[in-house]
Design a protein around this ligand. Sequence first.
Ligand SMILES: Cc1cc2nc3c(=O)[nH]c(=O)nc-3n(C[C@H](O)[C@H](O)[C@H](O)COP(=O)(O)OP(=O)(O)OC[C@H]3O[C@@H](n4cnc5c(N)ncnc54)[C@H](O)[C@@H]3O)c2cc1C
Length: 388
Amino acid sequence: MSVIEYTTPSFDLSEEVLLLRDAVREIGEREILPTAAKRDHDHAFPAEIMKKLAEAELMGMLIPEAYGGTAIGNLALSVVLEEINYFDASVGVTLSVHNSLCASPISRFGSHDQKSRYLPRLAKGELLGAYALTEPDAGSDSANLRLKAEKRSDRWVLNGTKIWITSGDRAGLMVVFARTDSAAPKAKGISAFIVETGWKGFKVGKVEEKCGLRSSSTVEIHCEDLEVPDENLLGELNGGFKVAMDTLDGGRIGIASQSLGIHRACLDASIKYAKERQQFGQPIAEFQAIQWKIADMATDLDAARMLTHRAAVMRDRAVPCSREAAMAKSFASRACNRAADEAVQIHGGAGYTKDFPVERFFRDARITEIYEGVTDIQRLVIARSLLK
Ligand SMILES: Cc1cc2nc3c(=O)[nH]c(=O)nc-3n(C[C@H](O)[C@H](O)[C@H](O)COP(=O)(O)OP(=O)(O)OC[C@H]3O[C@@H](n4cnc5c(N)ncnc54)[C@H](O)[C@@H]3O)c2cc1C
């Protein structure tokens, strides 16, 4: 018997999702694209754009309707994220983290009280969401995290540092992972907490200056005797690593979708430029070397989208999809980076300047292979599932 069976759910896009895609495309053209290059240059957080996305009901896509969301699901979110990232990957990651890494774990693991208190505000965009797992000594080895939570009567006191937290200085709410049992094996002594960033002891540290995603914000967070009420423990005590990994299955579909958006932007820009740019008395699109690049970029894009939509449909159907999400992210992010590299090459010297958007796409693409698990960790997840 084969170790790996076919997993080929049908993933036709419904009329509702197609309409949503078109509406988001319009928002992207009108609200996001005109200011994307300037925001990138100025490192300007897209606060006004996030308000527009909230008005378009894009902040509660994984939140149940009973708690104010649209619950439209992971496939629709993937389609939306591809569109948003086509215009601006900084806006894309802010939206992806909010939906997949903050609203989703509260929806999936939260108590009724937690959901009632926080989900409606996340869905309306009153609160922006973030997710804090990574620490100086816990990157790929996230189970090695040290941020400590100590129980004192009816509350937990958190002390320690998180790094590279997307929207950490903009978020109103953050899912924070902390060590609650230092005697237990690494992954067994971690718990998740819902933290309001206005609470005393929550401090924002260094703001990262990044190569790409320059208008998204990435910061260090310090918890200094930060008191979290017991009712804000998310999921089971010492069951936080499960929350973290389940959440990343969804998040990885989000980053695969981000890769699709950047990839498609690279392809479109390359086709346009190849038809316009004349060398040796003809458009460079007439050269077979250019045609092959375009053909490979388009083929990779379709393959990446199919893997991504498959994983999204599986998650929507509550079918375990860690392997498929890792396959989608690893393939889509690498394909996106190949496409960004080829897009710059097709543009020649022009692609290396800020006069053309592929320079930004090239810088933005790089992160897709790093966050929410580097490519090697995706391979590890895939291999472990096959070799167990
Ligand atoms: C812009 C940005 C935004 C981010 N946003 C968030 C966020 O919102 N929340 C959050 O919690 N984190 C966030 N992160 C952190 C991100 O998830 C980590 O950077 C990522 O998981 C990798 O960890 P690391 O950077 O420590 O790399 P390391 O783990 O130190 O990896 C370094 C190198 O070693 C390799 N390596 C490590 N382990 C293995 C292994 N077992 N097998 C083979 N190779 C291995 C890696 O492939 C890589 O090449 C963000 C990071 C960035 C840059």
